[in-house]
Design a protein. Structure first.
Length: 83
């Protein structure tokens, strides 16, 4: 089953300054990274508890390896699909 989570992505601005954003990362059935959202995401929720859940998962993203924009290798969505 395909899954997703939040991941920190390191980027560089036009002046070569490094900054970090949170993106949704999507994985294939084998657990391999297949895609990230084009734009960073903002925390949101239908209520305060949902917002808290999102924020907690965004904080967990800070404990996982950082993805570097321009160096991310994406796997295919399934075994029959090419990169």
């Amino acid at each position: 089953m395909a899954t997703w989570n939040h991941r920190v992505v390191q980027k560089r601005d036009p002046y070569d300054e490094v900054y970090y954003e949170i993106h949704e990362a999507h994985y294939n059935d084998a657990g391999e990274l297949c895609a990230i959202t084009e734009s960073p995401i903002s925390p949101f929720g239908e209520d305060v508890n949902a917002l808290k859940w999102v924020l907690e998962h965004m904080l967990k993203a800070c404990e996982t390896p950082i993805l570097v924009d321009g160096e991310i290798e994406f796997a295919p969505w399934d075994e029959d699909e090419d990169n």
